[in-house]
Design a protein around this ligand. Structure first.
Ligand SMILES: [Zn+2]
Length: 425
């Protein structure tokens, strides 16, 4: 049955407005948005401010298990690589039941914090005897949590450029591009049609040979699927690529024509400005994971360059050491302020910081995952969240200040209701 909703306030893309209603059709899409007079009927009245559901553009849900575990450091300081050792220990012990348990815990936490869609970049492969069991475990967990998921199926073949897989990496092995494509088709046939879609992934230039990245990317374009890849998170990846190919990973992708509007480079922490300008000019998008980049001590991305050249940005919780997109957005801005001794780095044409950050997560996130969502307009998916605008942490903000107050002064705990595909989660 169609639903007519009347929240106390409704986000119109620029501000929260009172006396607005929206109609959701049976297909889980927004059918109409209008004033109380325009949309007649007996509405469901909801106390709170409604906005598009938050989009988590990049997650490895099973890494939820590492929360608190990889935070003890010895005489030698930790890094991305020491964290990766802890992650490999976890991978060694991961069976389908544990994968489901961890993914469900992670997805449930996302839902309670207002995340309606997750881009799940899953790269731990089933073992040979139990084909697809870990992929299935993640898909079932998303279904159980009631979250929309874009299953980002990952190709992973080498331990570093031209090097064989070692130890726990064997669990990531996708063998060949042909085998990967067979698996992609099988996983696609098992998706929960309404809430799950698929995307393609080459893990990184470390993990997939450039010739195979080219082939995978070509298929993603032919099939109209998002194509995600980790790019330049750590200097070692760049050094390795320079040694093997004589250029940076991003330049390698550019030189091989692997940049089109469906491509999302995750991190870009150490990307060169000239590479970034060419990457964005070719249509490439960037997904940033500021809490993860802070947790791992990765470094600080050059967001002003991305913004100057008009990059479409999104954010993700990546290793899920914390699951709160509002905090990700806060970190996105604050790290830049601290690094540049400047306030208001990520702002819209009117200088509005909160509105632009919210747009990055919702519209940018949906674009990164190939979904018509992230906006409250007719035709878009009815993925929505309601938050308590009278919560103690927001009580001082008026309608115009509410988006910024939400990001800089509140946490996902203020979310009071989550609607996915038109249905309460
Ligand atoms: Zn990642």
């Amino acid at each position: 049955m169609p639903r007519l909703l009347e929240p106390t306030m409704l986000w119109d893309g620029t501000r929260f407005q009172r006396d607005r209603r929206l109609l959701i059709d049976d297909d889980g899409r927004i059918a109409a948005v209008g004033s109380v007079a325009e949309l007649e009927g007996d509405p469901e009245r909801m106390h709170g401010a409604m906005m598009p559901g938050l989009v988590n553009g990049h997650s490895h849900a099973f890494q939820f298990a590492l929360r608190g575990r990889a935070e003890r450091f010895g005489l030698v300081q930790g890094s991305f690589w020491s964290w990766r050792d802890a992650m490999y220990d976890l991978v060694d012990s991961l069976d389908a039941d544990r994968c489901h348990e961890l993914s469900l815990a992670s997805f449930n936490e996302m839902i309670t914090h207002g995340v309606t869609t997750v881009g799940e970049f899953h790269y731990v492969r089933h073992d040979d005897a139990q084909d697809h069991r870990l992929d299935d475990a993640v898909m079932v967990a998303a279904e159980d949590a009631g979250i929309r998921m874009v299953k980002l199926v990952t190709c992973y073949q080498t331990g570093d450029i031209g090097k064989p897989l070692e130890g726990a990496q064997a669990r990531f092995d996708t063998v060949s591009v042909d085998e990967y494509l067979r698996r992609l088709d099988t996983i696609q046939s098992r998706l929960d049609g309404r809430l799950q879609t698929i995307g393609m992934v080459a893990h990184s230039v470390r993990a997939v040979a450039i010739e195979d990245i080219v082939r995978l990317h070509r298929v993603s374009v032919e099939r109209g699927l998002p194509f995600h890849i980790h790019v330049e998170e750590a200097p070692k990846e760049i050094e390795s690529c320079q040694a093997s190919h004589g250029c940076t990973p991003m330049r390698l992708l550019l030189d091989h024509g692997v940049v089109t509007p469906n491509v999302v480079a995750v991190h870009c922490t150490h990307s060169q400005p000239d590479d970034m300008r060419d990457y964005v000019a070719a249509g490439g998008q960037v997904c940033l994971c500021p809490i993860t980049e802070g947790n791992l001590g990765d470094g600080i991305a050059d967001i002003p360059v991305m913004r100057e050249c008009g990059a479409s940005l999104s954010v993700g919780t990546d290793l899920n050491s914390r699951t709160d997109l509002l905090e990700e957005l806060r970190w996105l801005e604050y790290v830049q302020r601290v690094a540049r001794q400047k306030r208001g780095v990520i702002v819209d044409a009117n200088g509005d910081n909160g509105r632009e950050l919210l747009r990055i997560d919702t519209e940018g996130g949906a674009r990164a995952l190939g979904l018509d969502a992230g906006r409250i307009e007719p035709g878009a998916l009815a993925d929505l969240v309601l938050f308590d605008h009278e919560h103690d942490s927001l009580a001082a903000a008026d309608e115009d200040e509410l988006a910024a107050a939400l990001i800089f002064g509140a946490s996902g705990r203020v979310i009071s209701r989550v609607i996915v595909d038109g249905v309460d989660a």
